[in-house]
Design a protein around this ligand. Structure first.
Ligand code: IMP
Length: 209
């Protein structure tokens, strides 16, 4: 358990939190999962903050650099998610490069293209196991950073199914499920997802009591 009193004593997360993301899918999920527990949530996009370059080599490093940049730019606590899809037959790729894998030559992101790229590489392999990973970093303007994380195990399916969610949701089927994340309602995905697990741990430590 974190010593919340040391880090958070000058801040009241219940009142103010910056969500350090420009990804609308992530932002929507984070807002849904934090619910009414934090009164004033602002996103990096709304605040006109730059999206820092993800120069880290781990989910933790990238989450930390995004959260810290937002905390220092605003003087408020900031929460960032770094997440991705790790495919076993690809030694964990695309992993921290999940968003970049969907980039076309002209720099635009197309997850249809990203999903095909994954399927091309694994379609002839028996092992279709994969996991989604989410690491959340909560940074304070004084530089302190705290992490929570969540994973969900499953497999890659083809063809993509479902219009819900975002990113690689249409090709990820969590263990024990017959539908992909792309076919689930937001509530159904939140009952299982990596980000929901990481956020529940965050809420438990920082938004209660
Ligand atoms: P980043 O954390 O901003 O580097 O981007 C993470 C990328 O991983 C997203 O753009 C998606 O492509 C993928 N990703 C992370 N979480 C999810 C999810 O819940 N569903 C589908 N794709 C996800």
């Amino acid at each position: 358990m974190l010593d919340r009193s040391a880090a958070g004593k000058n801040y009241h997360l219940e009142n103010d939190l910056v969500i350090a993301t420009h990804n609308t899918g992530k932002l929507r999920e984070i807002q849904e999962l934090i619910g009414g527990r934090v009164v004033h949530i602002q996103s990096a996009g709304e605040l006109g903050l730059d999206d820092p370059e993800e120069t880290g080599t781990t989910f933790h490093e990238n989450a930390a650099l995004k959260a810290l940049a937002a905390a220092q730019a605003t003087g408020k606590p900031a929460l960032a998610d770094d997440s991705g899809l790790a495919v076993a037959a690809l030694d964990g790729a695309p992993g921290i490069y999940s968003a970049r894998w969907a980039e076309k030559e002209d720099g635009t992101r197309d997850f249809g293209f990203g999903m095909e790229k994954i399927w091309d590489k694994i379609q002839n392999q028996d092992n279709k196991r994969a996991q989604f990973i989410s690491v959340l970093a909560l940074a304070f303007p004084d530089g302190q950073i705290f992490y929570t994380e969540g994973t969900v195990e499953g497999e890659i399916v083809w063809p993509p199914r479902g219009e819900n969610g975002f990113g690689y949701d249409p090709i990820f089927q969590a263990d024990g499920q017959t539908r992909t994340f792309g076919e689930m309602t937001a509530e159904e995905k939140h009952a299982l997802s990596h980000r929901a697990k990481a956020l529940r741990a965050f809420v438990k430590t920082w938004c209660s009591g």
